[in-house]
Write a protein that binds this ligand. Structure first.
Ligand code: BG6
Length: 479
């Protein structure tokens, strides 16, 4: 197989709320995730009104990168990461979200982190909003239901661009902006947008209005970023779970095609700069009123992204003669016609393991958009065991990642997809987003901490650490 590009960004991915800890340090305000308790596979996380003393909130301390960032970044450097994707905790910079001035101590923290990364030759790849909206904006304004929050986000992003313009080149606006298309699971609208759907409301209509505001916020940030530093690479970030037809029955094929709009709606707007006709038809058909103001079309047109980042963990499948099979299961993606794919095995958390789906995804997205792509999340969440001698063997993770790297290399070297980089998720063990557990581990670095918050926080290298280091050293030639 021919070689990967020399400047290919091999890296790792994280999100502030899942690893930083220090949730109330140095002026940081509570975020929407700080009121989420721990759940488990099949047990949803509870979203509490305020922080309650007798409840456990796993993100508060997470893995305490806040106090260990130098040691952790040294390990990332030793692994040879060329980039680290992480986010800026919005409520560290604007504790309530609507202040006139940012919190200097919060800004300083990210200066320290970015300086440390650059010292180790690691390029920061930054998401502005990865489920970290200040709680105050959610409670007082209804999150992105309110157009005012568009302005607060625009201000937050401008502050970040100005402050870090010489340290950060790669930006993404909203993490998995499209995951809230699954309105059956309240987790997504809450974490993405700070929104709770009230009784009697049409959840889909609320989601589209909220989404419109986020699309404007994203486009405004893209335009502002370019103005502040024309060298910036401004990206969108979506969750991509391809939806396969169960069979060659044309009804299954058409159903899969239509269902894929759930995945494509947000990136269609962010890449093309206008609403797709299938969405306008849906609004008309369903009677949704989505408030557009004068100038919105212009904002969207001017805020088209340079590249598309996406997460890829699994695929899913739909069958036309099955109905209301939606169990509310996260894995099913809220699809009423979702069924198991008989050709694909799943992880212990029910996530389908499908490396070919990654090559398929890269081709579909590249054909559709013709802009560079960036795989900013992929990985295998599993239980790891710390052996008595301190070693951790994780062959399943290595196998998963090997097969996915083979698939992405084929997409680049055989299909000709323009791919900027690959950042496996949770390069160090962190708190799971969907379940709040620690035991669902993705890392190549083990962290001694359990689901209840016990443990020494000691870091240890797993077998996958040296394996991935070698992959990077050989630019993906030797897996
Ligand atoms: C993505 C999110 O949905 O999936 C991450 O962007 C998340 O924040 C990742 O952690 C994996 O999900 P989980 O629930 O296994 O942590």
């Amino acid at each position: 197989m021919s070689k990967m590009p020399e400047d290919f960004l091999w890296g790792g991915a994280l999100a502030a709320h899942q690893f930083e800890g220090g949730w109330n340090q140095a002026g940081k305000g509570p975020s929407v995730v700080d009121v989420m308790t721990a759940g488990a596979h099949g047990v949803p996380r509870e979203i509490t009104e305020t922080i309650e003393d007798d409840k456990f909130y796993p993100n508060h301390e997470a893995i305490d990168f806040y106090h260990n960032y130098k040691e952790d970044i040294a390990l990332f450097g030793e692994m040879g990461l060329k980039c680290l994707r992480t986010s800026i905790g919005w409520s560290r910079i604007f504790p309530k979200g609507d202040e006139a001035e940012p919190n200097e101590e919060g800004l300083q923290f990210y200066d320290n982190v970015f300086d440390e990364l650059l010292k180790h030759g690691i390029e920061p790849v930054i998401t502005l909003s990865h489920f970290e909206m200040p709680l105050h904006l959610a409670r007082e304004y209804g999150g992105f239901r309110s157009r005012k929050v568009v302005d607060f986000f625009a201000k937050f992003s401008e502050v970040c661009f100005n402050r870090y313009k010489n340290k950060v080149k790669y930006w993404m606006t909203f993490n998995e902006i499209n995951n809230k298309m699954d309105v059956n699971n309240p987790l997504f609208l809450w974490t993405n947008s700070g929104v709770v759907v009230e009784k009697g409301e049409n959840a889909k209509e609320v989601m589209y209005q909220t989404g419109h505001h986020e699309l404007l916020a994203s486009a405004l940030a893209v335009s502002k970023g370019r103005e502040i530093n024309p060298e910036f690479e401004m990206g969108a970030m979506v969750s991509h779970v391809p939806i396969y037809p169960y069979s060659s029955n044309p009804e299954d094929v058409m159903l899969a095609e239509e269902s894929m709009r759930q995945r494509y709606f947000f990136p269609d707007v962010q890449v093309r700069g206008y609403y797709p006709t299938y969405a306008l038809k849906e609004f008309e058909r369903e009677g949704y009123t989505i408030k557009f103001e004068d100038g919105d079309e212009e904002i969207l047109k001017n805020g088209k992204v340079d590249y598309l980042g996406f997460s890829y963990y699994m695929s899913t499948t739909v069958k036309s003669d099955v109905e209301n099979n939606n169990t509310g299961d996260i894995v099913n993606g809220g699809l009423p016609n979702g069924v198991e794919n008989p050709y694909i095995k799943s992880s212990d958390w029910g996530w389908a393991i499908d490396p070919t789906g990654l090559r398929y995804t890269l081709n579909r997205l590249y054909d559709r958009y013709q802009i560079p792509l960036f795989i900013v999340e992929n990985g295998f969440g599993a239980v790891d065991t710390l052996e008595e001698d301190g070693s951790i063997h994780d062959p399943q993770r290595i196998e998963y990642l090997t097969s996915h790297i083979e698939a992405l290399e084929k997409a680049v070297t055989y299909d000709g997809v323009d791919l900027m980089g690959y950042t496996p998720w949770g390069i160090i063990d962190i708190v799971s987003f969907t379940t709040g557990e620690m035991k669902k581990r993705y890392g190549m670095i083990y962290v001694d901490r359990d689901n209840e918050g016990n443990g020494s926080m000691k870091r240890s290298k797993k077998a996958s650490f040296d394996w991935y280091k070698h992959v990077i050293q050989t630019n993906g030639e030797e897996l």
